[in-house]
Design a protein around this ligand. Structure first.
Ligand SMILES: CC(=O)N[C@H]1[C@@H](OP(=O)(O)OP(=O)(O)OC[C@H]2O[C@@H](n3ccc(=O)[nH]c3=O)[C@H](O)[C@@H]2O)O[C@H](CO)[C@@H](O)[C@@H]1O
Ligand SMILES: C=C(OP(=O)(O)O)C(=O)O
Length: 430
């Protein structure tokens, strides 16, 4: 089993380059198969989820050429198979975007119900409601979503919950429907806007992404494009909270500060100094940090994908903090692990009450999911002792060279898989 071993207890200091947004890249890669022309996409993060999706796309007949680590060329003209293999789908959440992409372009898609992090029940009823509204027959057969249509027709779609996945998925399908689709109560996340911009660069006609209402005038054909994915606000925020929790001074480079407003607001509230530049943000954490209250909400609210990272930081802030997780019901599992490191936390339903402690003590902990795993690494980095994080396979789903980037700002941390490697690291840092 791959693990991270961490010797923490000192400030992280320096600059770290942020990669392309995983959750934008996954949707954009799926949307790239909607044209027969070649599409070149840059600033793709080299993370496991992206690689799984590229394999799935290859599996249905598209040509995928990796130009370099972060650039890929996709040509979907060879797609003849609309049934995406279960082995790929079960591993990742974003495989559901192949439904919208295939249905939009070919009017037929068969995709198993998606996997992804176990952070809640994660229904896809709103995706299916949107496809049905556009005129598709949608059934669940043997664990697969089977969607087909003679023709897709533009319609009014009102989402009952604000959902990133359904907003993007139905937007993709509606891009190639006849007539006008109006989607209401949509998600406004930066990656919704990025996918809309990408589709528009292929000839789609999508207006209003980033607001509550998206209007799509269907087109018959999409063409090739060259596109660069936006920076990952969650990766950036993770390093910003790592700076806060370790009393460090870290500048995240290649970010869009506007996308980080909720994170910056919370860091400022707890007493960090935050400096914004055109495409960088510096976080300086000095002296005692103080408690605050957090509620996760759709963008521009505080992101659920950053809840564990702020949770770990608040567990080291003076006073009583509260976190309300309003998006996914199962996103507090890391708090049990954190309690094993000495945190003082009580969870009731979707709320956690955190009494700050002066320090944690190193322990062996297990990553329950992607962001929770990253958060436990932050806890280890803030701890004056040795921490081992098990199950980092989750972290590798969404963070590129996580340990290497952290080492670049002073972390003592390594990826290990054997007892011998653990002993070697322990000797080196003692
Ligand atoms: C691959 C990807 O991009 N994953 C992100 C995406 O997940 P995902 O697309 O799964 O999340 P959604 O935004 O769709 O989910 C938001 C809320 O809506 C509910 N819901 C969603 C769809 C649906 O059909 N019915 C329904 O009830 C969900 O249970 C949840 O409570 O957005 C989440 C919220 O920002 C992020 O945490 C995930 O990192
Ligand atoms: C929960 C996440 O990913 P997924 O939706 O792919 O499980 C995430 O990126 O934090």
């Amino acid at each position: 089993m791959e693990q991270y071993i961490i010797k923490g207890g000192h400030p992280l200091v320096g600059e770290v380059e942020i990669g392309g947004a995983k959750n934008a890249a996954l949707a954009i890669l799926a949307a790239a198969i909607m044209t027969d022309d070649t599409v070149l996409i840059d600033n793709i993060p080299d993370v496991n989820d992206v690689n799984v999706l590229l394999d799935a796309i290859t599996g249905i007949g598209a040509k995928v050429h990796r130009v370099d680590r972060h650039t890929v060329k996709i040509n979907g003209s060879g797609i003849r198979n609309f049934d995406v293999e279960y082995d790929y789908i079960k591993k990742i959440r974003a495989s559901y975007y192949l439904l919208g992409a295939l249905l939009g372009k070919y009017k037929r898609a068969e995709v198993a119900l998606p996997g992804g992090c176990n952070i809640g029940s994660r229904p896809i009823d709103q995706h299916l409601k949107g496809f049905r509204a556009l005129g598709a027959d949608v059934d669940i057969e043997h664990g697969k979503v089977v969607a087909e249509a003679e023709n897709l027709e533009g319609r009014h779609v009102y989402f009952d919950v604000v959902t990133v996945g359904a907003t993007i998925n139905v937007m993709m399908a509606a891009t190639m429907a006849e007539g006008i689709t109006i989607m209401e109560n949509v998600a406004k996340e930066p990656h919704v806007v990025d996918v809309a911009n990408f589709l528009n660069s292929m000839g789609a006609n999508i207006r209003g992404a980033g607001t509550d209402v998206i209007k799509i005038r269907g087109v018959h054909r999409l063409h090739g494009t060259e596109y660069s994915v936006i920076p990952d606000q969650i990766e950036a925020g993770t390093f910003m909270f790592a700076a806060a929790a370790t009393k460090g001074d870290v500048t995240v480079l290649n970010v869009i500060p506007k996308h980080l407003e909720a994170t910056i607001a919370k860091l400022t509230e707890i007493g960090c100094e935050v400096e914004e530049f055109d495409d960088a943000v510096r976080v300086v954490s000095k002296g005692d940090l103080t408690s605050t209250h957090v509620k996760t909400l759709p963008y521009p609210g505080f992101p659920t994908d950053m809840q564990p990272q702020i949770g770990v930081t608040l567990a080291l802030c003076k006073g009583t903090s509260t976190i309300t997780e309003s998006i996914f019901e199962n996103r507090f599992k890391y708090l049990d692990e954190l309690a094993r490191m000495g945190a003082n936390i009580k969870v009731e339903g979707n709320s956690a009450t955190i009494e700050g402690v002066d320090k944690f003590s190193g322990a062996r902990v297990s990553a329950p999911d992607l962001r929770a795993g990253a958060a436990l690494c932050i806890a280890g980095l803030a701890t004056d002792g040795i921490t081992i994080v098990d199950d980092i396979i989750y972290i590798l789903r969404g963070y590129e060279r996580f340990d290497e980037k952290l080492r670049g700002i002073g972390a003592l941390m390594e990826q290990v898989s054997t007892e011998k490697e653990i002993q070697k690291f322990t000797l080196k840092v003692s």
